[in-house]
Design a protein around this ligand. Structure first.
Ligand code: G
Ligand code: G
Ligand code: MN
Ligand code: NA
Length: 254
């Protein structure tokens, strides 16, 4: 069986699972949000990374129902956490371009929030620059509509694309996520590290929240704190973990 067919079966058999990685606010030193990261527990292949199957799911358009399942599962989980007293927590969900291009995408998001009883301000959608390059006009209308509803929009893997910086002024971006490759350069001391400072400055000037991704070392943390980065996400605090393990971690951190 090819992987495309296997993915359809996987959906029917409930083989997908969401892991969650904490996002830590540096001024409050506490977990402020979670990023939902998809996992496939395949009986034949073991745990499969989304790097191996997202592209296939996009090609077959399975990403539409699968992506909707991700949003629903993440929102339901967050609502449960709010009810347990973690009412300040946010949820970030990765959205692929194909999803965003569906005419009913915004409706799907609003319906899901409504069904879960979750306020829109707690949901953040992560998009990448490639979304903007490929279908700018379409996407900007949709993003503006979502922003008007108080949903947050994060630009993921920031700095790795080839698009012009000027789009930042035209898009309703609430959050910049500095790509891990830049964070790596902090400890290796290459001149790329200067870009981290610049990205943080641009983000702050534009009233965006700046998150550093893939923070693994305390020397990186110290540097990011000095530069005024708002939040960090990375193995230094926690790897992505199951829903259950995430709940335990949140309880310990309290
Ligand atoms: O945690 P990790 O190795 O699993 O994620 C690998 C890549 O897969 C990352 O680029 C991440 O953005 C992407 N990814 C993880 N979960 C999802 C998801 O639910 N939807 C989409 N479109 N991408 C995801
Ligand atoms: O592309 P996106 O930013 O959505 O995906 C984040 C990816 O980075 C996921 O694959 C996640 O598991 C991974 N990740 C998160 N923190 C770290 C880290 O500290 N080190 C490494 N190597 N990967 C990380
Ligand atoms: Mn992401
Ligand atoms: Na990223």
């Amino acid at each position: 069986m090819n992987i495309g067919k296997q993915l359809y079966t996987a959906m029917e058999q409930n083989e997908f699972e969401l892991f969650y990685q904490p996002q830590v606010d540096l001024t409050q030193n506490k977990v402020i949000g979670l990023e939902a990261l998809l996992r496939w527990n395949s009986p034949e292949l073991g745990v499969v990374s989304p790097l191996k199957f997202i592209k296939v799911a996009e090609d077959s358009h399975l990403i539409i129902p699968l992506g909707a399942w991700v949003v629903r599962t993440a929102c339901a989980y967050l609502k449960g956490l709010h009810d347990q007293g973690f009412e300040h927590l946010m949820m970030s969900v990765n959205i692929s371009m194909l999803q965003l291009l569906q005419t009913d995408f915004n409706e799907m998001i609003m319906n899901t929030l409504n069904d879960c009883g979750l306020e829109p301000q707690y949901l953040e959608l992560e998009i990448t620059e490639s979304v903007l390059v490929e279908s700018y006009d379409h996407v900007i209308v949709k993003l503006n509509e979502l922003r008007e509803q108080d949903i947050k929009i994060a630009l993921d893997d920031f700095g790795t694309g080839y698009s012009s910086l000027s789009y930042l002024t035209h898009l309703p971006i609430s959050t910049l996520k500095i790509d891990k490759s830049f964070i790596d350069s902090i400890s290796t001391g290459t001149n790329q590290a200067a870009l981290v400072e610049q990205i943080i400055m641009i983000g702050k000037r534009m009233n965006m929240c700046v998150i550093a991704e893939g923070v693994e070392q305390s020397v990186q943390l110290t540097y990011l704190q000095e530069q005024g980065c708002d939040r960090i996400q990375g193995y230094l605090y926690s790897r992505p973990q199951s829903a259950l393990a995430t709940e335990q971690l949140l309880t310990q951190w309290e």
